[in-house]
Design a protein around this ligand. Structure first.
Ligand code: GUN
Ligand code: FE
Length: 459
């Protein structure tokens, strides 16, 4: 860099920290400068042993464009939540003792129906987006409701608060599965509203860089008629938008789809044109071998939601096996099927669930038959799933602190008030410190959040 010229970058962040390159490789960096341009892209990374380090740091400081972290602080890529039901924020922590069908019919649908009221939507969505940002979620993939206006309002709030988001207006028209007070009138109206929503999000003031993207969102196959699913597949082909849905979540749901369509969710979604490189399949706990092959072939991704799965999925997702098979996978909180807004919690639950699958859980079964050995995942893999893995699912340049990626990042302050992360630098190697962060970071440890290089308010 020629420091004689005007300082070329929007800002420079000087930090130590971690980024996951792949599921098998985590990089630790100390004394590193991240040079970020005006559109929030990381354009240069300069290590402490590089001759350019001191001149660049000094020039950035002089230009008032340097952010320096302390020795107790660690820079990580922002966390990515691949599956959140935004309207269910007021339901988080309620009624998880009910089975899925009862939970949906008696709690979720009556609540989601209230989002016809824009003021109600605005209030709850503002609270949710604030809470997720404060928990370090720089990208969220949202199901909204079937109300187009209030779903656009969620997109508007994400833009205003500075979060990267993928937002879906939910489509659900099957009278046999959706209550009359909360369903699309017909496949035609659902398709017209989906088109209107996609158009409205693209047109939102301030969304020229597409920080908020519309997502085609059939709730799940049981709640949609064939005509709706076909039409949504056509919109996916036409627009190239992301797609999201629930896939083979529970015994009931997997069996229902097979009985209705004579094939699995995954095959049916493929046949409807809804399984693409930009499809996010929530759960997928009950997928079969051919389904896994199909997901891999199409490079669609899975949003693994381990906490919600304990309540509603009847089985643990075979995460280790799917990662080894080469599927794109990330994590979801599945609020309010999961009762935590933290992707760090999702990491912990993914590790716990995979260990439960590994060892088995019923002591009455002989140890050799109890579990599925080789199923456990490590904290490094959990970190990958929460960041770069999810970025690959979305096919977006996020989730890594690497040149060419957007600077979506968080700072973990291990000495924040009330911190449960205790690091002894003499005892803890860099790997140990990351492990402690993944296991023990909480909302109060997240002291800064950037999206597209812009600092986000996390009060
Ligand atoms: N299947 C259809 N809708 C939902 C939902 O809102 N949550 C969960 N966990 N599963 C679903
Ligand atoms: Fe869900």
């Amino acid at each position: 860099m020629n420091t004689l010229h005007a300082f070329p970058w929007q800002q420079v962040v000087s930090a130590q920290g971690y980024t996951a390159e792949s599921k098998d490789r985590v990089t630790h960096f100390s004394d590193t400068l991240f040079c970020i341009d005006g559109s929030g892209t990381i354009v240069d990374i300069i290590r402490g042993d590089d001759g350019a380090f001191s001149p660049v740091r000094d020039a950035a400081r002089k230009a008032g464009k340097l952010t320096e972290l302390s020795s107790d602080q660690y820079l990580l890529p922002g966390l990515i939540d691949l599956h959140v039901h935004a309207p269910q924020w007021p339901q988080m922590g309620k009624a998880l003792d009910k089975p899925l069908a009862e939970w949906l019919n008696d709690y979720t649908f009556p609540l989601e129906a209230k989002y016809a009221d824009i003021a109600f939507a605005r209030r709850n969505y503002t609270e949710l987006v604030n809470a997720l940002l404060a928990n370090g979620t720089t990208t969220a993939v949202y199901f909204a409701t079937l109300h187009t206006e209030s779903s656009v309002e969620l997109a508007r709030i994400c833009l205003a608060q500075g979060q990267r988001a993928l937002v879906g207006r939910v489509a659900m028209d099957d009278p046999s599965q959706c209550p009359e007070y909360y369903r699309d009138e017909s496949a035609e109206t659902a398709l017209a509203e989906t088109r209107a929503f996609i158009h409205a999000v693209a047109q939102l003031p301030g969304n020229t860089a597409k920080r908020v993207l519309p997502v085609i969102t059939p709730r799940f196959i049981p709640s949609c008629t064939d005509a709706l699913l076909e039409g949504l597949g056509e919109i996916a082909t036409e627009t190239g938008c992301h797609v999201q849905t629930h896939c083979s979540e529970s015994d009931w749901e997997h069996a229902y789809v097979k009985q209705r369509l004579g094939k699995t969710d995954t095959t049916a979604l493929r046949d409807f044109g809804l399984l693409t490189r930009k499809t996010v399949l929530a759960h997928s706990n009950h997928i079969e071998d051919d389904d896994a092959d199909l997901i891999k072939q199409t490079q669609a991704g899975v949003a693994h939601c381990p906490l919600s799965n304990f309540y509603f999925a009847n089985a643990v997702f075979p995460l280790r096996a799917m990662l080894d098979r080469g599927l794109n996978v990330g994590l979801g909180t599945d609020i309010a099927g999961g009762h935590s807004p933290s992707v760090f919690d999702a990491c912990r639950h993914a590790m716990t669930a995979s260990k439960a699958l590994n060892d088995g859980v019923d002591a009455r079964i002989a140890a050799e038959q109890r579990g599925r050995p080789g199923s456990a995942i490590s904290f490094r893999e959990a970190f990958w799933l929460a960041t770069g893995g999810a970025g690959e699912v979305l096919d977006l340049r996020v989730g890594k602190l690497a040149v060419g990626y957007q600077f979506d990042a968080i700072v973990i302050d291990t000495r924040a008030a009330g911190s449960d992360i205790y690091i002894d630098t003499a005892e803890d190697a860099p790997e140990d410190r990351l492990q402690k962060i993944i296991y023990n970071a909480r909302r109060n440890n997240i002291s800064r959040v950037w999206v597209d290089g812009k600092a986000v308010n996390i009060q």
